[in-house]
Design a protein around this ligand. Structure first.
Ligand SMILES: [Zn+2]
Length: 327
């Protein structure tokens, strides 16, 4: 029997975001088609959008929350499709006080890996990651911070363009707040931190963020409620090479590949766009996965596969009204 992934409690003096989540959470099943698509109505700027639950929203001058609930496709007729997955995918959230941790997820006959990149976009690292993923036809989730795209300096414009490119290339641009605050310790900042980032991401990409990663992995009832009100799915991680410790490209690649080799549950890998050692380790990690696929095909064993963000989305239901918009 292979040992489970390391999900032990983290020690003191370690930056909380870099700590491994302590327990598995309940997972959500992803299946069906995501109706996160929009139709332009007539000409000009009129836009109607159906969100991922098929509800229809009209452009609003109202609050950030209302803006957040709009969904805009990158192009007229563009579609966001969630692949049907027969598996459940854990979200690896820190349990709330008194919460009974869910039983460890079983490996559904495959070693499934979701790639996630935090704290970007970064003008140096993110394009390199994007090229590498494109070259291999892979999709990832980028949890970005609003502070990188809020101003109008050339570099801010370039980062906004980068986000749009990520979305157009099929990656999900998720919400990682404006300023990376711990929203359980700063509850007064919650709405501004989450909603403003969502608004900026939607503006840059044309797609409303569906996934949220809490800075430092912080979790509390108030944040859970706020995310639920916004239809945001919170996503943790269970594989963290802790690049912040100055680990080398080699150390990062070795850590991740040895962890993948003994995975007994789906893996959510956390890397950071701005850490060049991690960026340089990525091709080595992906090469290892390719070699592992070939080895399993040759010798047998548990297959390994990189999945996209759709495994984290709740089951989708499309209303007739929303469907009519997509024709
Ligand atoms: Zn972060």
């Amino acid at each position: 029997m292979l040992p489970p992934l390391c999900l032990s409690a983290s020690g003191g003096g370690v930056a909380p975001e870099q700590q491994a989540p302590r327990h598995l959470s309940a997972s959500s099943e992803a299946s069906g088609e995501l109706a996160g698509q929009a139709s332009r109505v007539g000409s000009g700027r009129a836009l109607l959008a159906a969100d991922h639950r098929g509800r229809v929203w009209e452009p609003s001058q109202g609050s950030h929350v209302n803006d957040l609930r709009q969904s805009f496709a990158a192009e007229p007729g563009a579609r966001v499709r969630a692949s049907t997955s027969p598996t459940t995918f854990p979200r690896y959230l820190v349990p709330l006080p008194g919460e009974v941790p869910a039983a460890a997820a079983n490996l559904p006959g495959e070693r499934l890996v979701l790639l996630t990149f935090d704290d970007g976009p970064d003008l140096q690292g993110t394009p390199l990651i994007l090229d590498e993923l494109d070259r291999r036809n892979l999709r990832a989730v980028f949890f970005v911070m609003g502070q990188h795209i809020v101003r109008n300096r050339p570099e801010d414009l370039a980062r906004r363009d980068l986000l749009r490119k990520l979305a157009v290339h099929g990656h999900h641009v998720g919400n990682h707040t404006m300023n990376h605050k711990d929203l359980c310790r700063n509850p007064d900042a919650l709405a501004e931190e989450v909603d403003r980032a969502a608004e900026l991401i939607t503006y840059a990409t044309g797609v409303r963020p569906l996934l949220f990663r809490s800075p430092y992995g912080a979790r509390c009832h108030s944040l859970d409620r706020a995310l639920a009100e916004r239809d945001l799915v919170q996503v943790g991680w269970n594989a963290d090479p802790r690049e912040w410790r100055g680990n080398s490209e080699n150390a990062i690649a070795t850590y991740v590949t040895s962890l993948l080799a003994r995975a007994t549950a789906p893996v959510i890998l956390l890397l950071h766009d701005k850490n060049m050692a991690a960026v340089q380790a990525l091709p080595r990690i992906l090469d290892w996965i390719e070699r592992e696929k070939a080895r399993v095909a040759r010798e047998g064993g548990v297959p390994i596969r990189i999945v996209d963000y759709s495994v984290l989305l709740p089951e989708q239901h499309t209303t007739p009204q929303a469907r009519s918009l997509t024709r």
